[in-house]
Design a protein around this ligand. Sequence first.
Ligand code: BDR
Ligand code: CA
Length: 313
Amino acid sequence: MNKIPIILDGDPGHDDAIAWVLANASKELDILAVTSCCGNQTIEKTTYNMMRICTLIGLHVPTAKGRKRPLISEPIIAPTVHGESGLDGPALPEPDFELVQMDAVELMAKILRESKEQVTLVPTGPLTNIAALLLAHPELKEKIKQISLMGGGVQYGNWTPAAEFNILVDPEAADIVFSSGIPIIMAGLDVTEKAMIFPEDFERIRAAGNPVASVVADWLEFFYQFHRSMGYEGAPVHDAVAVAALIHPEIMQMEDYYVEVETEGDFCKGATVADFRGVLGKKPNAKVIMGIDRKAFADLLVEAAKYYGEVAK
Ligand code: BDR
Ligand code: CA
């Protein structure tokens, strides 16, 4: 099978972590590198979390630290959602490897430059590193096959009424990415709030009976506590949808839209505005995921959890 070469970029974060657990368990994907960005917590904390996750799941690929802060906007962090560490909950192993001696942008550039095939980027945090890559190395754009990202929402936000967290944190970066001409798969709130993992699924995951499965179940419990206090019946595992879209697009409904990012405004900074009616007459720049077979998505996470018991044998 021809695997899809990907680079994971995120701000782990419980759902980033679960997205990476899924990616690493997917035979369809070839993870070339992992990079951290600031978002859910400071870059120091997300980088440390990235290293602990990679150690836990045995993912040993080049790994680099991303930009310290958004391109222009002031940083926003989310300790209410992910805790003070950015990944509160179960104990994790200390990193068993070193970061490469270059930052995230230079690592991504090196991999793209040296790759014979086009590479897919999978950002699940603010788009700072990706925008910085496009600004610093515009010649490498053609080496990027597509960007499957978690961010935005064409109907509503979660951090403000109009804006989703990842886009709000760095709207200028998001604007650069959405206007880059690179094909985008957008896993925004429209679908990720339907990608709900329920407490009974946590138990199916835990029942896989291996250390990674048990940590994933604990992450889900932690993530659910926050969401339960807001009236959710499960944990929306936003970031894992950006990975699932690459391996099982058939379980999703996608619509082609032209999407613009609002970078200013009193109420709508960070909004992803879709031209539903085509009034601008522009070609769609994104496949916006609007729906998902929730049960099939939960089953994917259960199967990924089982994988870690198999590889340990
Ligand atoms: C996004 O914000 C972060 O808290 C999550 O990790 C996810 O990427 C959801 O709005
Ligand atoms: Ca994230």
